[in-house]
Ligand binder design. Structure first.
Ligand code: EPU
Length: 435
C-alpha cells in the first residue's frame, strides 16, 4: 500500500495505514463500555467479596486501572474479557502518581477508598488535551458527606474524622452534572450512615450501570439515570457478577464508519436509548436506521449537513463530536457544530482540513461545508475521539492515509483494525519502532 506522503512528512510513530474508498458490509460487534468498566472496577474496592466482571473491553486503559488496583493490594485476575477482582487485603489507600497520571479515571478510586477505609490519598490527575477537567465537584461532594479534604502538592488527602470512620449521608447539589463527580459521590455514599441525595446528578448510562452493579452488591440506590439519585447507606457490600453494558461511543463510531463510506452495516449489541440523540442526527442527515434485537442496521442515503451542539446526556455526547464532524465534512451543505462540554476539543479540525475538509473554526464552533471527496494525508489524532475521527475520515478519503496517535486510539477502541477489516476495510498497523 503506497501512502501519500513526502519525505518530510514521514511518520515514525506507530500508525495505521488506511486505504480509503472501501465499502463496509456485514456486522460489527460492539465491546463493553470503557467508561463503565473503568468505574465498575474501582467499585470492587468497596467489598471484601469477589467481583466478577464480564464483557470488559481489552484496552490499554483497562490494563492501567488493573495496575492501579493491584498497587492498592487488590487481587486482579484477567482472562480476555473477564476480570476477577478481590479487595479482601486492601493494604494501601494511596495509588502512585506515575500510574494515576496516565489515567484520569483512576481518581475515581477516592470515593470507594474513603467509603471502605475512611481515608484515601490520591494524586490529582491534572488536565488533559481536551480541557482542564477539574475535580472540584468530586471534592465538594466528599466534604458534604463529612470527609476532611485537603489538596496540597498536587495530592488530594481525604479522611473521615471520628472513631467510626464512616461517612454521613447528606444532600448534595452538584453545580454541573459531572459524570465523574456523580460516580465518586455515589461510591462514597453507599457505605455512609444514613441517606444521601445527589441533585443535578449526571444522567449518563455509565452512571446507571454503576448504580445497577452497586445494587447487585447490596447497595440501596434509586433514581440513577434521572437528575436526583437517592442512596440509603448500608453497612457492608457483597461481591457480585456483572456484565458491563455495551459501549455506546464505540457503537456510534461504527455507525459513522458505515455512514462516511456510504455502506449498509449492522452494529450490535446496542442499547438504542443510549444513543437517541446520535440516532436522531444520523436520521436528520439522511440515514435510514432499522432497529431490532439490540442491533441497528444503518442504510445511508444522500447525506446533507445538520447542526450539532454537545450536551450532557441525554443530549448529543461530546465523545462523538469529532467522529460526527468527519462525516459532516463529506455531507452536502453546511453544518454548524458547537462543543459545549470541553474547552479544547476542536484539535481535529486542523487535521481534517489537511485532508481537504472545508471547516471554519470560531472559538468552539465549527462551520463545516461538505466537500465531495476528502484526500488521504498523514494525520494525528490528538486525543482518543480525535483519533477515531481521523480513522473515519481516512476510510472515506481518496488514497492511503497514515493515522498516528494510536496511544490515544488504543485507550478506547478494542482491536479497531481487526474489527473494521472484518467488515471490508483495508487497515494495516505499522510500528516503525519494532521494525
Ligand atoms: N467539570 C467541572 N467541575 C468538576 C467536574 C467536571 O467543571 O468538578 C466539567 C469538566 O471540566 C467538563 C464537564 O464538567 O467540562 C464534564 O466533565 P465530567 O466530569 O462529566 O467528565 P468526566 O467524568 O471527567 C467522563 C468520561 C469522558 C466523557 C465525559 C462526558 C470517563 C472515564 N470519562 O469524563 O470520556 O467525555 O464523562 O461524558 O468516564 C472519552 O471517553 O473520550 C472521554 C473523555
Amino acid at each position: 500500500m503506497a501512502a501519500v506522503v513526502t519525505a518530510s512528512q514521514k511518520v515514525l510513530k506507530p500508525h495505521l495505514l488506511i486505504k480509503g474508498g472501501h465499502a463496509l458490509s456485514g456486522e460489527l460487534k460492539v465491546s463493553g463500555a470503557k467508561n463503565s468498566a473503568l468505574v465498575l472496577m474501582t467499585a470492587a474496592l468497596l467489598t471484601e467479596g469477589v467481583v466478577e466482571l464480564a464483557n470488559v473491553p481489552e484496552l490499554t486503559d483497562i490494563q492501567g486501572m488493573a495496575e492501579i488496583l493491584g498497587s492498592l493490594g487488590v487481587s486482579v485476575k484477567r482472562r480476555h474479557q473477564a476480570i476477577r477482582l478481590q479487595a479482601d487485603n486492601l493494604n494501601h489507600a494511596e495509588p502512585p502518581y506515575e500510574l494515576v497520571n496516565g489515567l484520569r479515571a483512576s481518581f475515581f478510586c477516592i470515593g470507594p477508598l474513603l467509603g471502605r477505609l475512611g481515608h484515601a490519598k490520591v494524586p490529582l490527575p491534572g488536565g488533559c488535551r481536551i480541557g482542564a477537567r477539574p475535580v472540584v465537584e468530586h471534592i465538594k461532594g466528599l466534604k458534604a458527606l463529612g470527609a476532611v479534604v485537603n489538596v496540597e502538592h498536587g495530592v488530594v488527602t481525604a479522611s473521615v474524622p471520628g472513631s467510626s470512620r464512616r461517612l454521613k449521608g447528606a444532600p448534595i447539589m452538584l453545580d454541573c452534572p459531572s459524570v465523574g463527580a456523580t460516580e465518586t459521590v455515589l461510591m462514597a455514599a453507599v457505605l455512609a450512615e444514613g441517606v444521601s441525595t445527589i441533585e443535578n446528578a449526571a444522567q449518563e448510562p455509565e452512571v446507571q450501570d454503576l448504580a445497577k452493579m452497586l445494587n447487585a452488591m447490596g447497595a440501596r440506590i434509586s433514581g440513577a439515570g434521572g437528575p436526583v439519585i437517592t442512596i440509603e447507606g448500608v453497612e457492608r457490600l457483597n461481591g457480585c457478577s456483572y456484565a458491563v453494558m455495551p459501549d455506546r461511543i464505540e457503537a456510534g463510531t461504527f455507525l459513522l464508519a458505515a455512514a462516511i463510506t456510504r455502506s449498509s452495516l449492522r452494529v450490535a449489541p446496542i442499547i438504542p436509548e443510549h444513543l437517541n440523540a446520535v440516532l436522531q442526527k444520523l436520521r436528520d442527515c439522511g440515514c435510514k436506521l432499522e432497529i431490532e434485537n439490540q442491533g441497528i442496521t444503518i442504510i445511508p442515503g444522500e447525506l446533507h449537513g445538520v447542526d450539532i451542539t454537545t450536551q450532557p446526556f441525554p443530549g448529543f455526547p461530546t465523545d462523538l463530536q469529532a467522529p460526527f464532524m468527519a462525516l459532516l465534512a463529506t455531507a452536502k451543505g453546511t453544518s454548524v457544530i458547537t462543543e459545549k462540554i470541553y474547552e479544547n476539543r476542536m484539535q481535529h479540525v486542523a487535521e481534517l482540513q489537511r485532508m481537504g475538509a472545508s471547516i471554519r473554526l470560531q472559538g468552539n464552533t465549527a462551520v463545516v461545508e461538505g466537500v465531495p471527496q476528502l484526500s488521504a494525508a498523514p494525520v494525528t489524532g490528538s486525543d482518543l475521539r480525535a483519533a477515531a475521527a481521523m480513522v473515519l475520515a481516512s476510510l472515506a478519503a481518496r488514497g492511503t492515509s497514515q493515522v498516528a496517535g494510536l496511544n490515544h486510539l488504543d485507550r478506547g477502541y478494542a482491536e479497531i483494525e481487526g474489527k473494521l477489516n472484518s467488515a471490508g476495510t483495508q487497515i494495516h498497523r505499522c510500528n516503525p519502532e519494532l521494525a
